[in-house]
Design a protein around this ligand. Sequence first.
Ligand SMILES: *[C@@H]1O[C@H](CO)[C@@H](O)[C@H](O)[C@H]1NC(C)=O
Ligand SMILES: *[C@@H]1O[C@H](CO)[C@@H](O)[C@H](O)[C@H]1NC(C)=O
Length: 517
Amino acid sequence: MKLAIFFILVAAVVGSTTGELSPPERVYKILMLLPASSRSHRNIFMPLAEALADRGHKIVMLTNHPKSSKHPNIREVDHDLPHFKEDHINMFDTRNGSTGLIQLFNTVLPAMARDMYKVPVVRELYDRRKEFDLIVVNHFYNELAYPFVHEIPFISLATPGMDPRQSAVLGNVLNPSYVSVMHDLPKPTNTWERLRNVVYSIGMAWLWRNWNIVPLVQREISAQFPELPPLLDLERNMSLALLNSHFSISTPLPLLPSQVEVGAMHCRPGKTLPQKLESWMTGAGSAGVIYFSLGSFTRSTSMPVQYRDLFIQAFRRLPQRVIWKYEEELEDVPDNVMISKWLPQQDILAQGNVKVFITQGGLVSLQEAIYHATPLLALPVYGDQPKNGIFIRNSGLGDFLVWEELTLDMIVDAVTKISNDPKYKENIMKMSVPLRDQLMTSTELAVFWTEYVIRHKGAPQLRSPAAQLSWVEFLMLDVIFLLHLTVFFLYFITRRILRVIYAKIFSSDIKMKKKND
Ligand SMILES: *[C@@H]1O[C@H](CO)[C@@H](O)[C@H](O)[C@H]1NC(C)=O
Ligand SMILES: *[C@@H]1O[C@H](CO)[C@@H](O)[C@H](O)[C@H]1NC(C)=O
């Protein structure tokens, strides 16, 4: 029964990507800016770019990656600067550093801000920017792209999902009593964690915007564009944010009309697998397949050798067949392990025979696993991955392990537990069905709102008045101050009056007494 509903929904969602929308009024020119992005961020942009391109719009994407789409209406511009080449960044080393990602960002981003506008193709694009009807910026560490958006309608696509900092910029300050910004907890549950979350919410926003990242980028940008308003002021003119999140797979939140959840746009039904892979997976029989990939950013080859050897030994002990995304040749792999440097992840997950997906727990992989209802074993490396690992455990979608504590038995036990106990599959199915149960697909929704902002020239009707308020006004500190003042004044007056009355009664008491004497 459950399975039947599942497949009906699959069929409902499959249709053409933007079939339900009315045809566009004209061809739009849209510029997408993701100059400092991982491949997975690019992969989240691509379904939107392709759906818009399918509707006849002309898309130009500024990225730090080689061309990846064959669509005739999409032109990808790779600035090709050396600062943020994923293949040269070892995430295992980065997470080991005391300040980890912040250190990566505060060296890479200012350097890119300094050099990017000197790259001829970027400069040319910048000079032509007013030809575009709309700009779509990758939210999160792409402030260096804001010179483009000056005096042009723009929206953002928040590839890492909801970011309370960005939400506050739009005028929606989310309550830290239940919206976590902690990288190791999906939500605070007691006084101590709420306190920590409040400190983090304020501290991280301040660190990013006022101290360690944006001021460094700003300095480089100001040197080249002295007339330009500050980057954070430009950011405030954002018309809309598309969020790569969905309430059915995270926390339901009170959102503004200008915050639209379009999570899992890149998720799609499986396509036919290459012959060799298909027969390998089918040949696994009822024992099934374990799929192991650390994603595109954290390459398996950067995994320290001691961990790699643990996995090889663990896989030898498993009854399943293992498909392992590993970017080089490997010696001594057991017969039940297939190694490949590139794999069609969604098609593998959709095939139905994967018992456990061993992952670094990145958002993109998590969404794909939920979409294709595949239980997970997470080995978080950096960023939001520890939080996703805890989410996986708490929601019963699988479990997570910690690299530093990893042992052979732990891997074997965790994989065995997750593949043998049907509750994990049932739980992830229960999350998968509502994720697909939507009025229109995430991509259609994103296309609708992108065109909407163009049709309505920046859609000022979406702006929340809260975005214009200062902190004092927003928190009503002025009103609270006045109320306090009034209460104090009333207290003061009342006290005065009572004193006078008391004195009168008292003195007449004395007079009475005197008379009687
Ligand atoms: C982290 O650093 C320590 C010491 O510098 C090293 O022993 C360990 O292998 C490193 N861990 C990873 C995951 O790279
Ligand atoms: C703010 O956005 C509107 C429309 O989206 C645009 O017309 C205006 O020029 C922008 N202002 C600045 C300073 O970028």
